[in-house]
Write a protein that binds this ligand. Structure first.
Ligand code: AVJ
Length: 324
């Protein structure tokens, strides 16, 4: 195991994450208030997301894991042994071991901006695969990243599960796909491959309840963002006057999550004043859903040619293998 120690979070004199403050203040100044979804994932938010994946209404994690388990032999055949698996994000404790067990890789490179999660997932994986070299890289996977020298000569497989690509609008998703292609190398003899999870369009009621579970875990996950703003940015957002909402936006083929004001409110964040009328919202997340064709179009725009596509037994979720 090798590790480059790098502090990626830029904090001011008071320990405030500057990028978080900028994103929140800029977002709250817009006519449709919005905060980027990446800020959900503090420790509490990451824990709540884990809880979401265990809710009966939230099918994506189970559906994708089912595909990974059932198609093991096909992955081995199409991807082959000896690749360096580069995971964008620090890795799920369930999905990553399934994939690694299927394809006999020569190295594993988890790429994550959060060093703590990275260290935890490295420890978990090394315990399960003691002979597999693991080279964690602390980096923002939205940017092209230099991979460790140890994997320079290995053919690469990018792994991007969870339909996290769906949290991006098309422009950002294409930027990411292109930077993944640059990171993984597309000009080598043994070209890079990408295995990517993309959630599918389905019945509106099924989608809306996946993002508004009966136990209220997704609501808590959404509200935690406002709590985090209050805690880290000296905010006074009245949490009891915000309500979680999941909306299917058919024209955009996406679920939007909002925090809706239940009455007129005024609050401060980092010394700046904001107001919301009853019914007005803060837009906190997009989760795009794909058809076969919209998924292929997005991948092709990002420089990736689909090789094979799998879905789960109920056609809820897709996993696509593509080549650079
Ligand atoms: C796994 C990050 C893509 O959009 O489905 C779950 C995040 N948000 N419930 C998704 C999420 C609300 C999730 N991602």
């Amino acid at each position: 195991v090798s590790q480059k120690g790098l502090a990626l979070v830029d904090r001011d004199e008071d320990g405030v994450d500057r990028a978080f403050r900028n994103d929140v203040l800029e977002g709250l100044r817009q006519p449709q208030k919005a905060v980027p979804a990446r800020w959900f994932y503090d420790d509490r938010g990451s824990q709540l997301f884990e809880d979401i994946t265990r809710q009966p209404e939230y099918y994506p994690t189970r559906a994708e894991t089912e595909i990974l388990r059932e198609r093991c032999g096909e992955f081995a055949e199409l991807i082959g042994p000896g690749r360096a698996v580069v995971e964008f994000g620090s890795g799920s404790s369930v999905k990553t071991p399934v994939l690694l067990g299927c394809i006999d890789p020569s190295a594993y490179v988890p790429l994550d901006i959060a060093g703590d999660f990275l260290r935890q997932s490295v420890a978990d994986l090394s315990a399960k695969f003691p002979d597999l070299p693991v080279h964690p890289v602390e980096a923002d996977f939205m940017r092209e990243t230099a991979l460790p020298d140890e994997v320079a000569d290995l053919p690469k497989l990018g792994f991007f599960p969870g339909s996290t690509i769906g949290n991006m609008v098309a422009r950002t998703a294409v930027d990411l796909l292109r930077s993944m292609r640059a990171t993984l190398g597309h000009d080598s003899h043994d070209g890079a491959m990408l295995l990517i999870g993309m959630d599918l369009v389905k019945d509106r009621a099924v989608l809306e309840s996946a993002y508004d579970d009966a136990a209220g875990v997704t609501a808590a996950f959404n509200l935690n963002l406002a709590e985090r703003i209050n805690r880290e940015l000296g905010g006074t957002i009245p949490l009891d006057r915000l309500r979680h909402q999941a909306r299917w936006m058919d024209d955009y083929s996406r679920i939007e999550m909002h925090l809706v004001a239940t009455q007129d409110i005024a609050f401060q964040v980092s010394g700046e004043s904001f107001a919301m009328s009853a019914g007005e919202s803060i837009h906190t997340e997009n989760s795009h859903k794909f058809s076969r064709r919209s998924a292929f179009t997005l991948l092709l725009a990002g420089g990736w040619t689909p090789v094979r596509r799998w879905t789960d037994g109920e056609d809820r979720f897709s996993l696509i293998l593509a080549r650079a």
